[in-house]
Design a protein around this ligand. Structure first.
Ligand code: UGA
Length: 441
């Protein structure tokens, strides 16, 4: 059992905090945002993540996890301090490290004995060195401490499972003591544990996300070729993915990647290369292909509807992926924007993310957020599937067809079974399956 402090309770911080508490440790989470802290102090998570509410409540009620807004409290209670604050993008694509910098100063001011300061946020390589320097500069007392990097690889929507069953644990340390503390903390995890120097660990994180994003853009590039030639991207992806050196995962073509990680990390990693005199053009292209996906979808909208202006369109899904309420950098935002620019009238549904999307795009006479997918389809001239929530698989297609003015489905994620959709009397458009893009008239 260890005492652990987690500074920052976003997706990574809160899931890590709850995960370590569930494993029997005593955890204190530090959150500066008053609204979020009020919820956490009642044992409630400030965002939706499957299973998190239940597990937080259990550990909260059993006294293994608590929350505060004071880094001082956290420093008093633990030897292991995780930094999990946000690193949002700046205008030029590089990561904004101001939260990390100010947390480092506060840690320095409250240093009260040996600590292991573990960087978990996604950061540019060398950040831990800056954390170390900042703590040394601002520390009032001559107290020993160490920094380490322990990047997190969990995905939103399956975060708890990813925390408890990771593919690997990466530990970047400078000494045997740091290594022992972290290996001991992760002793019950049954996966490869890779111990490296700190810069290597930091690069592993950015390189992993960039590689996965690159895989998605690669398959989307091939998807366009499939479309032009009548080939089927789903079969191409399977055909190449069966090669174990390539692998089947992250080869899902569609409207591209979004979320708080890939878009920002690809751009930040490009900038890091640039800062070191290197040209990471591969990542520029990854980003460019991803940005084009919305136009690829819009081409299908025009193919199906001719002019979107004045036409009612049902949008199913706004979260950047299923099983989350997160809409940060979600492709849906750009889809909505593009359709509104062309004058479409939108009825938008999502099982979890509506309250978040409302904060970004307000309702008006041409945009309504609705409570059920059927409400969205009522009077619609096309349905666009943007986020592949499992519950949309259960849609009663006969009912949907009865509600729609013209039965057209545009599937941005190749989520539906085309034959089933066509059998039910719909026109079906999708991504990278050229065969289904031929209109009958
Ligand atoms: C991603 C990484 O997968 C995690 O390993 C990492 O820890 C996390 O970023 C992070 O840095 O915090 P996440 O963004 O939560 O996780 O979700 P993913 O499942 O990776 O999906 C990202 C985006 O890619 C989604 O918009 C998804 O729809 C899209 N995607 C994913 C595709 O378009 N095609 C695919 O084949 C896979």
């Amino acid at each position: 059992m260890q005492n652990i402090t987690i500074i920052g309770t976003g997706y990574v911080g809160l899931v890590t905090a709850v995960g370590f508490a569930e494993l029997g440790n005593r955890v204190i989470g530090i959150e500066k945002d008053r609204e979020k802290l009020d919820l956490l102090k009642k044992g409630l998570p400030p965002f939706y993540e499957p299973g998190l509410e239940e597990l937080l409540k259990k550990n909260f009620d059993e006294g293994r996890i608590k929350f505060s807004d004071s880094i001082k409290d956290g420093m008093e209670e633990s030897e292991i301090i995780f930094i999990c604050v946000g690193t949002p993008p700046l205008e030029d694509g590089s990561a904004d490290l101001s939260q990390i910098s100010s947390v480092s100063k506060e840690i320095a001011e409250n240093l009260n004995g040996w600590k292991l300061i573990v960087e978990k946020s996604t950061v540019p390589v060398m950040t831990s060195q800056w954390i170390k320097r900042t703590i040394k500069l601002y520390s009032k007392r001559d107290v020993n401490f160490e920094v380490a990097s322990n990047p997190e690889f969990l995905r939103e929507g399956s975060a708890l499972n990813d925390f408890f069953h990771p593919d690997r644990i990466v530990i970047g340390v400078e000494s045997d003591k740091g290594k022992e503390v972290l290996l001991n903390l992760y002793k019950d995890f049954d996966c490869p544990k890779l111990v490296t120097d700190i810069n290597t660990a930091e690069i592993i994180k950015h390189a992993s996300n960039s590689f996965l994003a690159m895989k998605i853009s690669f398959i989307n590039m091939i998807s366009d070729l499939c479309e032009k030639t009548g080939a089927d991207i789903e079969k191409v992806a399977y055909g190449i993915g069966l090669d174990k050196r390539i692998g089947l995962q992250f080869l899902k073509a569609g409207i591209g990647y979004g979320g708080s990680c890939f878009p920002k990390d690809v751009r930040a990693f490009f900038k890091i290369g640039e800062e070191h005199g290197l040209y990471f053009g591969l990542l520029k292209e990854t980003d460019r292909i991803n940005s084009q996906r919305i136009e690829r979808l819009m081409e299908k909208v025009r193919l199906a509807l001719w002019l979107p202006k004045g036409k009612v369109i049902a949008i199913l899904g706004v979260a950047f992926k299923p099983n989350t309420d997160d809409v940060r950098d979600a492709p849906s935002l750009k889809v909505i924007e593009a359709l509104r620019k062309e004058g479409a009238i939108l009825k938008v549904h999502d099982p979890k993310a509506i309250s978040n999307v409302k904060k970004i795009i307000e309702e008006d006479e041409n945009l309504k957020y609705v409570n059920t997918p059927y409400e969205a389809c009522d009077g619609a001239e096309a349905l666009i599937l943007v986020t592949e929530w499992e519950e949309y698989k259960e849609l009663d297609l006969k009912r949907v067809k009865g509600l729609m003015k013209t039965p057209i489905i545009i599937d941005g994620r190749n989520f539906f079974d085309p034959e089933e959709i066509i059998k039910n009397g719909f026109e079906y458009y999708c991504m990278g399956r050229g065969n289904y893009l031929k209109r009958k008239y």
